[in-house]
Design a protein around this ligand. Structure first.
Ligand SMILES: [Zn+2]
Length: 388
């Protein structure tokens, strides 16, 4: 795939101006966000926003009038026709997930120096449990080194519109969205990296369930819990793994082993199992269950998995197909072992059906429809902790 020809900033500003009314309409229909008086900056700004669902850049575009360049992962620009036009019309700053971000950082600085604005979601991934995911210390270094105004933006409630195991949107309204703080370059220069990091983390932090306890706002979960087992596959009653199936209207999952059920209400809270009211509760129990099994030397296998190698521009070629298994040392498929000691943290994609990992200098992708591959990420974390 050849990179599209780059044009002057004015070209992308014009296209963005044409699209901004569409972004505002999307923000209104998807998130219930309508902004009467959007802000305009007469200087380049770096906007740092929290990330709760795929279209949340439209919320930012509704609140801030300026043309902005988006920082996106190269998975987005590799997404077929959509990716191609997104790349051609918006000239996003591309970063590769799981690899060095240096190229992206240089590009961000260059666009700001040319007078543009840049929108970055420093979390990089959306949450599985409703709480913001971690922000890397490199974000604070970047905020200090751009030497321009840094604006923090926070939206909350998006978790219930697109929890991470889905790749479609539920209907509902955000709890809130807006600019949190503006930091001048002088202000940032006086703070240490740690102080800047603490401020950014605090500005962007969201705990979806804690806020929902206050708002109690209903959501229309389009397919209920249909896809939740892509991430949550431990029965909260008997702790069996991979025994849950969706039942009836889709708002209940039931365990094929113990018969225990868990039902979700229109606010996103669970009922039917003592101590499991939110995804946070369920996740804690699930991680505990995985770890206990790993400690006992019980690892997981998955049949019918396809392994691809991932090249430049996210092109992939099939390497193997069959049983995929995890051990304390690494992943195995097609007679090859991919050792953890040569790996960085694997990443879950596409709601849970795909997992990307890097081994040595090569990136790989494994894929299986309706699988819950997350336990392999947890296996990696457990094995790394043990080796410390
Ligand atoms: Zn059970």
């Amino acid at each position: 795939m050849s990179a599209p020809q780059r044009r002057p900033d004015a070209y992308y500003r014009r296209i963005y101006a044409l699209f901004r009314p569409i972004f505002r309409a999307v923000a209104y229909f998807t998130y219930g966000v309508r902004v009467k008086r959007p802000v305009s900056y007469d200087e380049p700004v770096l906007i740092l926003a929290n990330h709760t669902s795929d279209l949340d850049f439209t919320d930012v575009a509704s609140h801030i009038r300026n043309h902005m360049y988006f920082v996106t992962s190269d998975h987005v620009t590799a997404m077929g026709l959509f990716g191609k036009y997104f790349d051609r019309w918006f000239n996003p700053i591309k970063v590769t997930k799981g690899s060095s971000k240096t190229g992206g950082v240089i590009d961000i600085m260059r666009r700001l120096r040319h007078g543009g604005c840049v929108l970055l979601f420093p979390e990089g991934r959306i949450s599985h449990n409703g709480r913001s995911t971690d922000i890397a210390p490199a974000t604070a270094k970047l905020a200090k080194s751009v030497r321009c105004k840094v604006v923090t933006f926070r939206a909350s409630g998006g978790f219930f519109i697109e929890p991470r195991w889905q790749n479609y949107l539920n209907r509902g309204r955000l709890f809130s969205a807006g600019i949190v703080n503006e930091y001048s370059p002088e202000e940032l220069a006086q703070m240490t990296n740690e102080e800047v990091l603490e401020r950014i983390r605090a500005d962007l932090y969201v705990d979806a369930y804690a806020e929902q306890e206050r708002y109690m706002r209903p959501f229309k979960f389009r397919h209920g819990l249909r896809d939740i087992t892509r991430y949550y596959d431990v029965c909260p009653h008997c702790r069996s793994v991979d025994t849950l199936a969706v039942e009836g209207e889709g708002m209940t999952v039931r365990c094929g082993k113990c018969g225990g059920g868990l039902t979700m209400d229109e606010f996103g809270f669970f009922h039917g199992c003592e101590g499991v009211r939110s995804c946070l509760d369920w996740e804690a129990l699930q991680l505990e269950t995985y770890r206990a099994r790993f400690e006992r030397g019980e690892f997981f296998d998955e049949d019918g998995v396809t392994l691809y190698s991932v090249g430049e521009g996210f092109e992939h070629s099939e390497l193997a197909r069959g049983a995929f298994s995890g051990t304390a040392e690494g992943f195995a498929i097609g007679g090859e072992l991919y050792p953890f000691r040569e790996m960085s943290l694997p990443e879950i994609l596409s709601g849970g059906r795909r997992m990307e990992f890097t081994c040595g200098r090569q990136s790989y992708l494994i894929e299986k429809e309706n699988a819950c591959l997350n336990k392999f990420v947890e296996l990696y974390k457990w094995a790394k902790d043990r080796d410390k």
